[in-house]
Design a protein around this ligand. Structure first.
Ligand SMILES: *Cc1c(COP(=O)(O)O)cnc(C)c1O
Length: 360
């Protein structure tokens, strides 16, 4: 068996120990004679898996007691609609900070449910920088302010938490959740699809402050109503049981590795290897403002785009895959989530140095 270094933006690489454990438990989970996939979501075995997964999510993220933790379906793009359906009815309006492709999508979707407006945008910098809070024009009557904490495609990330006063801050954290400690109490709602940093696709972690429950628009499907899901402990309908189980194994792995403080250190070290090289290279460049560089998705461009294919093929031949940038921005992108070992980043930097030496 050969495992590659998988730089995919998502679904993304998972800790090998988690995959091995899931393989060991595939046919017979803890002597119960069946796979987790085959269990009733209301049976005691799955209920114990669910309870542990929720409790680990709370522990790792230090979620305060006045927040519900929900495991939902629909992915982060689903949440782009589910958030306004649940919150925009408070005043009919919402503010969006647009910093790249994902926040643009969120804004567009919200417009179907109320008056969603742009409070700030990174368009002047072609989305290579996060607009400073002093430039934001917040509407005091907005139901919430929405941000994307890490733009997976452009590779820009907030390294600070916006202050939105009494207006709830809502964050799409799909691609940097659990990459470092956060102060959940600064947010009204946090949501994240699992398939970047927490597990397989199919489950979305949603953290909602209690006072934001109960404002859903009447059109909201019951399965997407935060209050209904909170009252039913995420089991109003069948939750994505197997994806929740794998997320739980990932949480156990993160905890055993030292928790989010250890992830932060590990991620900062890995990202520095790449950015330091990019800064000194005369062949590769990164366009993102230094203060806003993503530690999760490192975007870079070759001096000559005609060499892109050769670069990707050469990486593949060395066991490094999924480096091509998103089609909307071009270039390359190395996604280096929690589960990417430092060895993978070192191998990539060594290859880039070699490629530069051969083509400079
Ligand atoms: C991947 C991603 C999404 C889309 O998630 P889906 O699960 O495909 O709906 C949304 N936002 C961000 C920041 C992402 O990285």
């Amino acid at each position: 068996m050969t495992r590659v270094f998988n730089f995919s933006p998502g679904p993304a690489t998972l800790p090998e120990a988690v995959l091995r454990r899931a393989a060991d438990e595939m046919l017979d989970w803890h002597g119960c004679g069946m796979s987790v996939m085959e269990m009733s979501h209301r049976g005691k075995d799955f209920m114990s898996i669910f309870a542990e997964t929720e409790s680990l999510a709370r522990e790792l993220l230090a979620v305060p007691a006045n927040y519900k933790v929900l495991f939902m379906q629909g992915g982060a793009l689903g949440e782009n609609a589910i958030v306004p359906m649940n919150l925009i009815g408070r005043t009919g309006k919402a503010d969006y900070v647009v910093t790249g492709d994902w926040s643009k999508k969120s804004l567009k979707e919200a417009g179907k449910y109320g008056a969603a407006r742009i409070a700030a945008s990174g368009d002047a910098s072609n989305f290579t920088a996060i607009p400073k809070q002093s430039e934001w024009k917040l509407d005091p009557a907005a139901s919430y302010v929405h941000i994307c904490s890490n733009e997976t495609i452009g590779g820009v990330e907030y390294h600070w938490t916006p202050d939105t006063g009494s207006t709830p801050l809502v964050a799409d954290m799909s691609s940097n959740i659990m990459s470092r400690p956060i102060d959940v109490s600064r947010y009204g709602v946090i949501y994240a699809g699992a398939q970047k940093n927490m597990g397989p696709s199919g489950v979305t972690l949603v953290i909602v402050r209690d006072d934001l429950l109960g404002h859903a628009l009447p059109i909201t499907p019951s399965a997407f109503n935060y209050q209904v899901q909170a009252e039913n402990e995420s089991m109003y309908n069948t939750p994505p049981t197997y994806a929740i189980y794998i997320a739980g194994l990932v949480y156990q792995h993160i905890k055993a590795s030292g928790g989010l403080a250890a992830m932060e250190k590990h991620n900062a070290q890995k990202a520095a290897l790449l950015y330091d090289f990019l800064d000194e290279s005369r062949f590769f460049t990164n366009k993102v403002a230094k203060a806003d560089r993503s530690l999760m998705n490192v975007t870079f461009w070759l001096k000559d785009a005609a060499l892109d294919d050769e670069f990707v093929k050469g990486a593949q031949a060395r066991g490094m895959v999924q480096l091509k940038g998103h089609r909307s921005v071009g270039g390359m992108r190395a996604s280096i989530y929690n589960a990417m070992p430092a060895e993978g980043v070192k191998a990539l930097v060594a290859y880039m140095k070699d490629f530069e030496a051969r083509h400079a």
